[in-house]
Design a protein around this ligand. Sequence first.
Ligand code: SF4
Length: 312
Amino acid sequence: MFARGVRPLLDQTDLRAELEAHYDLAPSVELAEEMGDIYARMDRVVPPPDWAMHAPYVAAINRLKKERNAVVLAHNYMTPDIYHGIADFVGDSLQLAIKATEVEAEVIVQCGVHFMAETSKILNPAKTVLMPDMEAGCSLAESITAEGIAEMRAQYPGAPVVSYVNTTAEVKAASDICCTSANAAQIVAAMEGDTVIMTPDKYLAQNVAKQVPQKRVVWWDGACIVHERFTPQDLRDFRDWNPGLKIIAHPECRPMSWPRPISPARPRASSIGSAARSRKRPCWSPNARWRRISRTPSPRSSFSAPATCAPI
Ligand code: SF4
């Protein structure tokens, strides 16, 4: 929809000048007030002065969507102005991929990283799929290529390859089956043979290995730069700060990030929902994606800023 390199949009002088030649994007308190119904969806986390800056962009993009017959698919980790103000559909990468099969619009704008847009294009070859920022990549997806899969196959002859959805189309094509974090253990358990190769996330593989002891799980040495940042010490510090804390960890976090026997999160969306609904204890999630928790009605949930993924 927009030219490449929109990160961070409001700080990029050149891009801003280019956009302002076509759209009135000056901060506007009047427009912010006019768009109060949209702001009501995010007023708990976006201060009014910020909304006065975002509102002209939100209005322009929503107008463009209609003109271009486009839909916006936004990942859960998008900022609140996008998530609540622009997105037609929100979800994790799997939910967005499924949604992409149902859209009738001619253009899909994927607010996420490359592999998500690629997945939408695979599922919708006749549609135009756009990314707002061509530099929005995923460290995990970029950690392996089809050659890497071939290396693993050579090292473990006959072992099936299970690749996480956070991979390029090239890697998916070279694998035997694709999994999500929600069904990874189930899929590994169902594979034939004693040994299963998992790519590209070593932490997801190590966590699955614990859940499926009947298989020998071997893995590619890839990791998400965001999830890898959380350490057991971080969690100990948070527990010291609040002994009643309930911690939810995504399976992409290091296994040792679980200092107590807490379960890895299972289906992502429901985990987000249960965290948000929790009335017993505050929640803290070592997961970049769950910034959405900050957008839920529960004042007892918190998130771990400043950990954010590339496109933000
Ligand atoms: S959070 Fe990590 S795994 Fe997810 S898209 Fe960003 S870099 Fe990739």
